[in-house]
Design a protein around this ligand. Structure first.
Ligand SMILES: Cc1cc2nc3c(=O)[nH]c(=O)nc-3n(C[C@H](O)[C@H](O)[C@H](O)COP(=O)(O)O)c2cc1C
Length: 346
């Protein structure tokens, strides 16, 4: 069966799930236009995730995917976290915020318990995708039994092979150009393969359908990936500017004003590509102390961003964006999908 039939979509275009940016409105717009809408729910509570899925189902009768994080949860190293908190203590005070005494695990992994699994089984979206690894075998089996399609991001061939061996249905080939968090399974190792090399590598060595993700901003580029063997493309950054995303004004402005991106682990504890700001310039220095594990680091990152924003300093925001952000266009999601389809014809 073709990937379009499997997913029940007209066009081989997926909206990337984007925690903190996705909304039911954006997901529904993409799905209603014949693409595959998505909800990034990795940073949501079960309750909020539930509401978002129900709202999306009210706005569209077309298929869409939901997305969760599948990292290996680790305990907080108190020595590392104390040194990290100390590094930001003066900044937090300068912005009038309290200095935390410890860091919290602000999001659980899908693997920590079956709460998100049960939510998916109850609400039955067409598909569920995962970042940072594969779910437990019993979770994959439960999704299979419920006929919910599974997708996982791979950034190298070893991850793609592990995804295939785990019984997942579709591989998302996330190249180094991609905006947001690297989907790497082991946060200390990144092969940094380009999207086009990765698509070809996985296509040659695996049998599952492959979706290309990373640096795709227009239909001409999308078509090139289909020619290389990708079964579909997934775009994130291109959709962040859409009115129905939840990006704030500072983020929207940065997308059009600042064309340079870089990967840093200092914001969340895991490497992620975003627009260069204070984090990259001031903190990502060779003498920086060790970064606490994901997502503990993100707890401090979010506190600092909140405090700085109150003082009109938006330089500590996580403005995730792909390497080709300079090609961003101001278009509503419906128009962007139509434009992509048109460009893919030529
Ligand atoms: C703002 C933003 C947030 C993201 N959040 C997630 C997420 O929650 N889950 C996920 O699997 N991928 C996430 N990603 C990565 C995307 O799935 C995808 O790999 C990436 O957007 C593709 O590169 P592009 O942004 O250049 O199109 C995010 C990307 C961006 C730009």
């Amino acid at each position: 069966m073709s990937l379009l039939n499997t997913l029940g979509i007209k066009h081989p275009i997926l909206l990337a799930p984007m925690a903190g940016v996705s909304t039911p409105e954006l997901a529904a717009e993409v799905s209603n236009q014949g693409g595959f809408g998505s909800l990034g729910l990795g940073a949501s509570s079960v309750n909020v995730a539930h509401k978002q899925i129900l709202r999306t189902q009210e706005l569209t009768d077309q298929p869409f995917q939901v997305n969760f994080f599948c990292h290996e949860s680790s305990a907080l190293n108190s020595e590392v976290s104390q040194k990290w908190i100390e590094l930001f203590a003066d900044k937090l005070k300068e912005f009038g915020a309290d200095v935390p005494t410890t860091l919290n695990c602000i999001y659980p992994s899908f693997k920590d318990n079956d709460d998100f699994l049960n939510l998916v089984l109850e609400t039955k979206p067409k598909a569920v995708s995962f970042h940072f690894g594969t779910p437990h075998a019993h979770q994959i089996q439960a999704l299979k039994n419920a006929e919910i399609i599974t997708l996982v991001s791979a950034t190298n061939l070893a991850e793609a092979k592990a995804i295939e061996a785990a019984g997942i249905d579709i591989i998302i080939a996330q190249g180094i150009e991609a905006g947001g968090h690297r989907g790497i399974f082991n946060e200390t190792f990144d092969a940094a393969i380009t999207t086009s090399d990765l698509v070809q590598l996985i296509k040659k060595n695996c049998t599952l359908p492959v979706i290309a993700a990373g640096g795709i901003m227009n239909g001409h580029q999308a078509k090139q990936f289909l020619k290389l063997g990708a079964d579909a493309v997934q775009l994130g950054t291109a959709f962040v500017q859409c009115k129905t995303s939840s990006a704030n004004d500072a983020y929207r402005k940065a997308l059009f004003d600042q064309p340079l991106t870089q990967i840093t682990a200092s914001i969340s504890g895991r490497p992620a590509r975003g627009i260069i700001n204070h984090w990259h310039k001031e903190i990502d220095t060779p003498n920086r102390p060790a970064v606490p594990a994901y997502p503990y680091t993100y707890d401090l990152g979010k506190q600092l961003h909140a405090a700085a924003s109150k003082n009109n300093d938006y330089g500590y925001g996580a403005f995730w964006a792909g390497a080709n952000v300079s090609e961003i266009r101001e278009l509503e999601a419906t128009d962007l999908i139509n434009q992509l389809i048109l460009e893919m014809q030529f």
